[in-house]
Design a protein around this ligand. Sequence first.
Ligand SMILES: Cc1cc2nc3c(=O)[nH]c(=O)nc-3n(C[C@H](O)[C@H](O)[C@H](O)COP(=O)(O)OP(=O)(O)OC[C@H]3O[C@@H](n4cnc5c(N)ncnc54)[C@H](O)[C@@H]3O)c2cc1C
Length: 374
Amino acid sequence: MKNLFVKKKECCGCGACVDVCRKDAVRMVIDREGFRYPKIDRELCVDCGRCEDVCPIKKKSPIKEGSRQYFAVQAKDENVRYASSSGGMFPILAEYVFRQQGVVFGAAYDKNMRVVHREIHSREELDSVKRTKYVQSSMKGIYRKIETRLKEEQWVLFCGTPCQAEGLRLYLKQPYPRLILADLVCYGVPSPGIWGDYVKYLEEKHGGKMTDFSFRDKRMRDSGHTCAYVIDGQEYSGSLYADEYCRMYFTNHILRPSCHDCKFCTVERNSDITIGDFWGIEKVKPEIDDGMGTSLVILHTEKARDIWEAVRDEVSWFACEERDVLQPRLTGPTEAAKSRGLFMALHRMLSFSQLLRFHKALASGRALLKKLKR
Ligand SMILES: Cc1cc2nc3c(=O)[nH]c(=O)nc-3n(C[C@H](O)[C@H](O)[C@H](O)COP(=O)(O)OP(=O)(O)OC[C@H]3O[C@@H](n4cnc5c(N)ncnc54)[C@H](O)[C@@H]3O)c2cc1C
């Protein structure tokens, strides 16, 4: 009988194993940290091994040969850039696919503010899948849908975390000329359970229903270092670093265990295109850093180069060297906070507002320690 993982860090939660099972013997269950993990129903399992074959962590896939190209990119249309988290490369790719009558798969909020991948068919729906959501998205049913669309010979753009993109590549088994596989530079994915607690906490605090949360709002022209949310039509905004959820994320207390061991924190990917924020643009080309976001784009394949030729007039761009783009998440995974274990244990015992107070105390303790060391 198969064992999908022994230690938690051996499962990235991409969910490809769920969709690939012909017997529907694999389902996701939520653990005590709020992450989804696959569980095999031993009664239904026929031991075929498909679930292991699509696992991005178990499978050692050789990286495709070929030279990579690096670009700094800004969508020429200011509205496109404003509505996206970085320079707007993702919507440019999406528009390209819509021109081919294709479909796009990206991460959106559902009506309960859970983050789920969904299929969209037109630019009218594009807003829902734009913008970074710092929460691990659910991929339930998405691998199957994408395979169906590809077999119908439609163009498909998939954009997600590198482990989801690799899960999809392994799931499909064969290359499809009409699939554009785009993966993100990724800091790591936080717990959907803790995100759900945070949404509830804010809803109780403001007495209403949350309908949107923008992690990288650009109204201050500060490269998206503002976040904003809407509850019952009322908008609230503030610094990304003052937001309690983002602070738990960026102090590395709520990332999935596998993220701290991630093998995709490199420029060597099996996707067609990697997109991210161009960190350090203020040093590489300060004159274009207007606080409205610049995308880092890495082209890995011939297909990506062809698409780039087709869309590059819609963006301002310049080519750069690998050394210009090597931000921390392209050289190694995010390190877990030393207090992550304690924090997650307390998450099970405390109320959510007590947990937030504990995190605040941890942060001030760290600040005090820093001062004392000086
Ligand atoms: C969890 C996470 C961590 C990230 N960490 C980094 C980092 O350390 N360094 C860096 O340079 N860039 C990082 N990024 C990528 C960056 O924030 C932008 O998403 C990326 O540059 C694309 O921006 P854009 O302007 O081209 O498109 P946008 O219009 O902003 O589109 C964002 C794209 O990301 C997808 N997406 C959004 N949320 C999720 C999610 N939770 N799971 C999967 N896909 C999602 C959307 O579907 C869409 O395709 C991260 C993104 C996420 C989701």
